[in-house]
Design a protein around this ligand. Structure first.
Ligand SMILES: NC(=O)c1ccc[n+]([C@@H]2O[C@H](COP(=O)([O-])OP(=O)(O)OC[C@H]3O[C@@H](n4cnc5c(N)ncnc54)[C@H](O)[C@@H]3O)[C@@H](O)[C@H]2O)c1
Ligand SMILES: O=P(O)(O)OC[C@H](O)CO
Length: 340
């Protein structure tokens, strides 16, 4: 049986550790904070993240990174996107070269505008890489509710290896060779979920949310395709699938953060209130920069950027979006010239 190391004991890392341990793998879960380690070891819970869900006794809980990764066949990065580089650096001297690195963070690196596969590859260039993404709230996976995700890798045999390791009766894993498309779908849907939250916070209705979701996947696809992603990937689990779950779920931190912004909270107050990773905030900045660089139109992302970073009033942003130049619906993704 493979040995699996999970680095990051937040909601997602803990839920995946439970899933893998239930399948019989030897799992080590690495956390940094002493009081969290003590709670997980003594009570076998991780209350702040997963409430009363029990952590199986077989899971090795450790704050020693060497112990966590040195014999691992698979190392799962379950931290925020901005922490992945730190984690990669911290395991570089201990992890086996053939160990498969599985990234589950859904974001982009601030400052470099890199995708997580690029960040990991810049530090752990010898290790095979797989991204695991899709509509999967940790709270529901921890309650063993049927969930589907996708494993993507440039080496499809590694994606299939991870598919075999993670699949069980309530967690169905598909594969996809389009790493870029899967990564961008996962990162950019957080921006749209944040936007849907703003709409909820403002008190607008279902029509408005459907508009943001539909035009949101359009602009995600437009940027993703311009960077080399497959259009079909954005119609899949890591694209529209994850967009639907994040935009409609009460579990979503991105959507909940948007609700607070829509209600008039400051960004600082919002982050304090959520106290967990809100990837969409950084992703907005990176996507805004990438769209500018590639000359791709992303009106929703642009308005969210203005709200977050230029103090634009949210109602003004809605007005700006509604008042844009009139357009045909399908021309922008598929480049169909409607007048032909
Ligand atoms: N929660 C979900 O439902 C879910 C599902 C799929 C993907 N994700 C993605 O997974 C990533 C992590 O999300 P999460 O929900 O677990 O976040 P979280 O806020 O619940 O937990 C992140 C954990 O990482 C720890 N951490 C931060 N830096 C670290 C480091 N350098 N070394 C070790 N631990 C470190 C933090 O202390 C925290 O416990 C995010 O990118 C998120 O988008 C989350
Ligand atoms: O809680 P969120 O908004 O970070 O979303 C969690 C997952 O990405 C849902 O698939």
């Amino acid at each position: 049986m493979e040995k699996i190391s999970i680095i990051g004991a937040g909601s997602w890392g803990t839920a995946l550790a439970i899933l893998l341990s239930d399948k019989g793998y030897e799992v080590s879960l690495y956390a940094r904070r002493k009081e969290q380690i003590d709670e997980m070891k003594n009570n076998r819970t991780n209350k702040n993240y997963l409430g009363d869900i029990k952590i199986p006794n077989d899971i090795i809980i450790t704050d020693e990174i060497k112990e966590a990764v040195e014999s691992a066949d698979v190392a799962v990065m379950a931290v925020s996107s901005q922490q992945v580089r730190n984690v990669a650096e911290s395991i570089k001297n201990y992890v086996k070269k053939e160990a498969v690195i599985v990234n589950v963070a859904k974001g982009l690196e601030k400052g470099t505008n890199l995708r997580i596969s690029q960040v990991v590859n810049s530090v752990l260039s010898d290790n095979p890489f797989v991204v695991l993404s899709g509509p999967s709230h940790a709270e529901e996976v921890a309650m063993k509710m049927p969930t589907t995700v996708v494993a993507a890798s440039n080496d499809i045999s590694k994606a299939e290896y991870i598919q075999d390791i993670f699949s069980n009766e309530y967690f169905r894993v598909y594969t996809n060779p389009d790493v870029l498309g899967v990564e961008l779908g996962g990162a950019l849907k957080n921006i749209i979920a944040f936007g849907v939250g703003i709409i909820d916070g403002l008190g607008y209705g279902d029509n408005t949310k459907a508009a943001i979701m539909t035009r949101g996947i359009t602009e995600i696809t437009r940027l993703g395709a311009s960077l080399g992603g497959q259009i079909s990937t954005f119609a899949g689990l890591s694209g529209i699938g994850d967009l639907i779950v994040t935009c409609t779920s009460s579990h979503s931190r991105n959507r909940r953060a948007g609700i607070l912004i829509g209600k008039g909270y400051s960004l600082e107050e919002t982050l304090k209130e959520i106290h967990m990773v809100v990837e969409g905030i950084t992703a907005t900045e990176v996507a805004y920069n990438l769209a500018k660089e590639k000359n791709v139109d992303m009106p929703i992302t642009k308005e969210i950027y203005r709200v977050l970073y230029e103090n634009k009033d949210v109602k003004e942003s809605v007005k700006s979006l509604m008042g844009r130049t009139k357009k045909h619906e399908t021309e922008d993704i598929f480049n169909i010239d409607i007048k032909q």
